[in-house]
Design a binder for this molecule. Structure first.
Ligand SMILES: [Zn+2]
Length: 378
């Protein structure tokens, strides 16, 4: 990677980009092994790359309590969601090996503590619900009973699902710098991008230097569109409808928690580490079902002083094609009635694509719809 200065970009959260990669210890074979879940492995990889800066490992009790109670680390820095490693009980030894799902050791953890936690309390505070039907809460309830805290050193990085899109925060920062971008807006997505979201990203891009389309490729719930299909959609969309020198598509390796408002803050902080100065927050960001109010994920940003997060949220309404305006618009910019708007429910879109029908061009770019129709066939 070329050594382009990145000083003009937004500072990582806490000031320094963390790097928790390193060599395997010589006594690796002697260490007890803790096997991680797929969500924990996503977190581990983000700890390694600095995507979770300033975190250097899985949270200790002081940070955990502080995050739940006040959305801050114990040093006062904003942080909205626990990043914890669940275990059955206290480990043997002051260091343990962390293994992937196949049992292969990939990291070292220096034990700083192990503590009890109350799953219902974490659910209520982090997810705003204790309902076990909530996918994030369900996963929390399935976890082991205690949390193990400590700094990690990752010596075997996870194999990226999409190598061509795998870029650590240092890499996206270097690309932004090379392209001369200072202000960069990040767009989190776990769906194919139709006209509505294309519009949001372009409205945002009009006011900054560059756009990072940052699809989440970690675990999502089973009925979300698979990441491979989404990545194919992003590719045809960007090639056909975005200027190549103003946009970067890169993978965000996080697992979805579906924690709504608190996850919106967490998503923003992570994107700040990737070098984004701005972050798009739509309606019901990171929500699921009807657990969160439409604007909760936007309102929660008001719980911080503007300088605290540093990254600037950009709030958006749902948008649509208006036949009278003759353009994309939203309730903020269009005075016409719903009957003048091209709106299709998610169910209707899936039905059309499943039947091999192209949705109206005002709703979806045909190139994107064709990728989805192909995916529905197989
Ligand atoms: Zn209109």
């Amino acid at each position: 990677m070329s050594a382009v200065a990145t000083d003009h970009l937004i500072k990582p959260h806490g000031g320094e980009l963390v790097d928790r990669t390193g060599a395997a210890p010589e006594d690796l074979a002697d260490l007890k092994v803790v096997q991680l879940t797929s969500r924990e492995l996503s977190d581990l990889d983000m700890l390694a790359s600095g995507a979770l800066s300033p975190l250097e490992g899985f949270m200790g009790q002081a940070d955990y309590e502080s995050v739940l109670e006040s959305m801050r680390l114990s040093n006062g820095l904003p942080w909205s969601l626990p990043v914890c490693l669940a275990v059955d009980g206290p480990p043997q030894g002051d260091r343990v090996a962390l293994a992937d799902e196949s049992g292969t050791p990939v990291a070292l953890l220096e034990v700083e503590g192990v503590y009890d936690y109350d799953k219902e309390r974490e659910a209520e505070l982090a997810y705003r619900t204790t309902d076990q039907e909530h996918p994030g809460v369900a996963r929390l309830y399935e976890q082991k009973a205690m949390y193990l805290a400590g700094k990690v050193t990752v010596f075997e990085r996870a194999t990226p699902q999409f190598p061509e899109l795998a870029r650590d925060p240092a890499a996206t920062r270097a690309i932004f710098a090379e392209r001369g971008w200072r202000r960069v807006v990040g767009f989190q997505t776990r769906n194919p991008i139709h006209r509505a979201h294309e519009y949001l990203t372009k409205v945002a891009l009009e006011t900054v230097d560059g756009l990072l389309i940052h699809p989440l490729v970690g675990d999502t719930k089973g009925d979300d569109v698979p990441a491979a299909t989404r990545v194919a959609c992003y590719d045809v969309l960007v090639r056909n409808y975005y200027p190549a020198d103003r946009v970067l598509v890169s993978a965000f390796p996080a697992a979805m928690r579906y924690a709504g408002p608190r996850e919106a803050i967490w998503h923003a902080i992570c994107r700040k580490n990737y070098g984004c100065s701005h972050f798009i927050v739509g309606r019901d960001h990171a929500g699921v079902g009807s657990y969160y109010g439409t604007y909760d994920a936007q309102l929660i940003f008001d719980e911080f002083e503007p300088h605290e997060l540093d990254i600037e949220p950009m709030f958006f309404e749902h948008s649509f094609w208006c036949r009278v305006c003759g353009s994309m618009a939203s309730a903020k910019t269009c005075p016409h009635d719903a009957e003048d708007h091209v709106f299709l429910s998610g169910t209707k879109v899936r039905e059309m694509l499943g039947n091999g029908e192209l949705p109206p061009v005002e709703f979806s770019r045909p190139e994107v719809a064709e990728v989805l129709i192909e995916a529905y066939k197989s």
